[in-house]
Ligand binder design. Sequence first.
Ligand code: TRP
Ligand code: ZN
Length: 887
Amino acid sequence: MRDAQATTIYLKDYQVPDFLIDRTALHFEIFDSHTLVHSTLAMRRNPAAKNASAPLVLDGCELELEALSIDDQAVTESGYESAGESLTIHTVPDSFTLRCTTRIYPQNNTSLEGLYKSSTMYCTQCEAEGFRKITYFLDRPDVMSVYTVTVDADSKRCPVLLSNGNLVSTETLEGGRHRAVWEDPHKKPAYLFALVAGDLERVSDTFTTMNGRKVDLHIYVEEKDLDKCDHAMLSLKNAMTWDEEVYGREYDLDIFNIVAVDDFNMGAMENKSLNIFNTSCVLASPGTTTDAGFQRVEGVVAHEYFHNWSGNRVTCRDWFQLSLKEGFTVFRDAEFSADMGSRVVKRVEDVGLLRTAQFAEDAGPMAHPVRPDSYMEISNFYTVTIYEKGAEVVRMIHTLLGPELFRKGSDLYFDRFDGQAVTCEDFVKAMEDASGMDLGQFRLWYSQAGTPQVDARGEYDAEANTYTLTFKQSCPKTPGQPQKEPFHIPIAMGLLGDAGALRLELKGEAPNPDTADNTHTVLHLKQAEQQFVFENVPEKPVPSLLRGFSAPVKLQFDYSRDELLFLMQHDDDGFNRWEAAQQLGVLALKELVAAHQNNEVRALDERLITAGRNLLNDDSLDLAMVALMLTLPTEAYMAEVMQPVDVLSIHAARMQARLELATALKEEFTNTYRTLSRRQGDYQPSAEQIAQRSLKNLCLQYLMLLNDEHSLQVCMEQLDTSDNMTDRIAALVALVNSEHEPQKALALQKFYQDWQHEPLVINQWFQIQATSHLPGTLKRVQELLNHPAFEIRNPNKVRAVIGAFCGQNAVNFHQTDGAGYRFLADRVIELNTLNPQIASRLLGPLSKWRKYLPEQQALMKAELERIAAEPKLSRDVFEVVSKSLAD
Ligand code: TRP
Ligand code: ZN
């Protein structure tokens, strides 16, 4: 292992930079064999620095230095020292111009950070620390500079030359080359720098801001994808309008560009005025993209656009503050998506991700607070904790303050810190100052890792007409944090009586005269144990707790199954109606898991079947809700609530339950499917149509479990005649997970033939095969790695085959002989040298080895040890492997 280079960086060691860079001029000369980067930096000592004679230490990684001067005096080899990832110049004046030329090789850069080539296009990815792979610099977000960028390249191969800000001039050069000069008037950290050069076409539109600024909008793609930009453009304009209306934030330049690239480590990047997107997060058309794909494009386009304020205008002081921009921006994009589509569906999806992926991370070896205290490799901290839990923390502030005071707080935050690099503490303080609310204890959400456990119980006193809720909270230990203080937990709630929601009179609190509706409130749980007494409660109520999932905690309340059935029907909070169905499903599945483990035969609780029938027969219900409530808890969620995790029993139990539902409700599923198959008008990714398709396709999945000719026929017909990818993919998934072998093989072959020219569709084709729960999937996955359409250097393909198999196919990944683990370790070792970020991300499922059964633990641990023994581990993989094995 490479412990020599694996140093840990600590938040407590933060110091302001010794130098500042006021202006940055970059000149790129792009050639086929290499690129030259000439940089001119106007630098001076930071008046706020501790050491007024500190040497100049620049970041730089894998660079060939061709020239270096200070105030036009060459710095000779004795004047600087270059080691590891830095270059030190011992003596410099207080203020000076630093010039340097570096030579880089974008075509050999497989890490996809810095300047690299994606097919024929040159593009950059600088967050978090990629800029140091382009030139020597102070590559940290609190060094902000004004950029001028000159790009020279071949006119034919790279007719389009883009960078941040405004295009100020273009020029034809000798030798078939040309030049573009871009100037960004806004100061920014290096991680927001971007450059694109390639043969691209564009779709254009305009947007007029609330103060009448006309903004040119362009989406740059390969020519063949010009027909797939409309949805992203519409989403962008909707996001621009929404940010004006909801946050009062206006766009601040005359141009906004989006570029789509095939090879990209993440979803997209918010570079100032030049957002770069993974093609999977920007391209969409009904024929090639599923409903989920359309929603992803809308969400990611909005997310990157919202970063212009929450991230770019106000940026992070250091990378420990990453959630300052990511948590806030995820909260913003989630609210946007909720406003554009179905609020409850969006919340259910987000909570599903949080409770599986984030809770698992919080319980594993990589657990870290929303504001981490330390890291080895910052790329490992673009996590569900920073993003999703960070968004939940902002959502809790919103819940505690209410919408008006929250808006006052965000206005103050943007106003106070515009143009600065700040901290999570600055954000919380602005919220406190604007609202007058004390968020002292609330700050623990930023510093303490782990998912709080909240146990609640209720007691009705029929004599006194009081209802007492008692809460206990605790939080398990996480690496480096053996003990935790109680959190400030907002618990949105109501009490339900036979005739509906009851009026709430909390003892010791005056009724709120502002709210006409006193049937819901937010309790502030702050102590390890705390009681709330409600007075004048006329009957024994059923409490509806943690409405809308008002805090990222595990709540335990001993509901009877009949109470859950009651909440499913009568709770006036849509999220909690779904949650009641989930918890009912959890109770029923736990029973079946236990039976399976004891080799007993046990039938599914009848009440689930009755509830399912009622849902399907009630046409007053929202179709999206019906689809969500008919979906049993996922295997991933069951794994979260049953530890140690017995993957095979969970899978068997869930399959049994689904089959029993399908058998008992065959008629209802058939009728609902038939009714919903008739659609009015063209395909639209609207909430209404999406709901309709999701319920229809859920019916199809259930019917296909019956393994009969009629269902097969229905499925094949949907596959052959659908006009949209959502319905085709749903049919293909059902078929691939069925036992109709000849039809399956033919359908997969035909699908490939039909779509081989569409890489994003082929990725779905890969993923469907990699996530089949049937035996033999690992062998098929290994074959897919040799398929001509597979490329190990393309992260989307790696995610579609390897990531999907290891992360979304528990029953096959955990096959008892350990072949799944071996397969993953081999791929991680292969990717470790090609693309460390992707290698490290793939490791997630192995790193959580301690939750599984002893035999599985041993096999998983052995594979981690095999990776650890590799001679040259990247910092990314080293950090995850060493923390996973540490005790
Ligand atoms: N800031 C990006 C976002 O909007 C995240 C991101 C994109 C990123 N590409 C990356 C982070 C590469 C690390 C490495 O969430
Ligand atoms: Zn982001």
